[in-house]
Ligand binder design. Structure first.
Ligand code: PHB
Length: 402
């Protein structure tokens, strides 16, 4: 998918990071002069903090591998734009393959903690994996910036755990009232059978029924191993549902939307979902099958703002493709670390963790956001519709969902 886009040009950050990784590391905290947020990004001032070792835990395999590619690109782009520094410190990135789920992801993060001895961890796509490493990260007292996984319980205001993405329940809930308003009749709910799917469905169902909606039925499909959705689509059809809400992402989103279309439900049962359903390379692969699908998400490359236009142009210049929500979440995680290290004036893990509470508003391509009390972004969700614009499918922004 994304990484097979012809002619894609890798960011020069990849090369510069490889060079940086050859440097001798100094993980000792440096008590050099404190930096203001304005110094963040390394303009030469503030050098002497040493090299901060950042563990990037992202999938390089499994159904979520394309999401990992996007996150790597977003993180690299930020570093590339900031002279390879965060808060004035040089950076060494250690990438660990999260894989598809906890079996691979938990050992990958444990290795970052115990063997690589990173000073901060960024990444994690899968909620089940993130839940599996939460305690280890807290015990090791290493700041973790979750750049995707949306499990509601991951963030509880712990000093070490912060999230630059979303909670699954919030993305689903954002769409509930809009679907109750638009659809006349009961709605069927279908999702991947693991933490993220259940929470997305629960968030949607609660908000949708509170707004007067009625549920036609629910199905939870085995995560990562479902290849044939026909039996589930038959249940949707026989339930008499007027619309369908789903949570699928990555390769599962491609297969689901393609089969929903081939099954002939496209015109019969309109499709709604958490925006991962039609995001990035997934949408390229779905093509016309996705036209008309409505989703909620906190980003679209179609957001009409000067900040987003600048980001999209820089991203396209670096990679010859449009950015995704995954790239933005990782870009913002780099930005948060940049501000926190500058604020701490140190690369010591505890000092960085302490400074995370003072980073203030993050100027993001999605729009400005701040951390809430539980350390999740307080942000706007958008209603998006897949449209064909000049032969290309895009997630056109239809309005704010609050
Ligand atoms: C999750 O596991 O929380 C998850 C995974 C992929 C997504 C969104 C959420 O696109």
């Amino acid at each position: 998918m994304r990484n097979t886009v012809p002619g894609r040009r890798r960011s020069t950050a990849t090369a510069s990071l490889a060079a940086l990784s050859a440097l001798t590391l100094s993980l000792a905290a440096c008590s050099g002069g404190s930096l203001s947020a304005a110094d963040a990004g390394g303009d030469g001032e503030g050098d002497g903090l040493g090299t901060v070792k950042v563990g990037l835990a992202i999938p390089a395999s499994g159904v979520y591998q394309p999401l990992g590619d996007d996150m790597q690109q977003g993180f690299d782009l930020y570093l590339d734009q900031h002279d390879g520094k965060l808060g004035g410190a040089d950076v060494e990135v250690v990438v660990a393959d999260e894989g598809e789920g906890p079996d691979t992801g938990v050992p990958a993060v444990n290795k970052l903690i115990t063997q690589d001895q990173v000073g901060a961890i960024v990444g994690l796509v899968n909620s089940a994996t993130a839940l599996g490493v939460k305690d280890a990260v807290e015990q090791a007292q290493i700041p973790l910036l979750i750049a995707n996984a949306g499990a509601d319980q991951l963030t509880d205001g712990s000093d070490y755990i912060w999230r630059t993405s979303f909670t699954n329940g919030a993305v689903g809930a954002a769409l509930g009232p809009a679907v109750a308003e638009a659809v006349d009749g009961p709605v069927y709910v279908m999702a991947a059978d693991y933490a993220a799917g259940h929470e997305s469905a629960a968030g949607f169902i609660e908000a949708f029924t509170a707004a007067g909606g009625e549920i036609a039925g629910e199905s939870y499909t085995p995560f990562g191993s479902t290849s044939d959705w026909q039996p589930y689509l038959s249940q949707v059809q026989s339930s008499g549902a007027s619309a369908l809400y789903v949570f699928y992402a990555g390769a599962e989103a491609v297969n689901f939307v393609t089969q929903y279309d081939a099954f002939g439900l496209h015109d019969e049962v309109p499709l709604y979902g958490a925006g991962f359903l039609t995001e990035g390379g997934v949408l390229d692969a779905q093509g016309d099958a996705a036209v008309g699908v409505h989703t909620s998400l906190h980003y679209s490359d179609q957001i009409d703002s000067p900040e987003n236009a600048e980001f999209v142009a820089a991203y396209r210049d670096a990679y010859d493709e449009a950015p995704t929500v995954y790239a933005v979440q990782a870009y913002d995680a780099a930005q948060v670390l940049d501000l926190a290290i500058a604020e701490a004036g140190s690369i010591d893990s505890t000092a960085i963790a302490e400074a995370l509470g003072s980073v203030g508003e993050i100027a993001s391509p999605r729009g400005g956001w701040t951390f809430d009390d539980l350390h999740n972004p307080s942000q706007t969700y958008f209603l998006r519709e897949v449209q064909d614009v000049d032969g290309a499918t895009v997630n056109a922004v239809q309005g704010d969902l609050g």
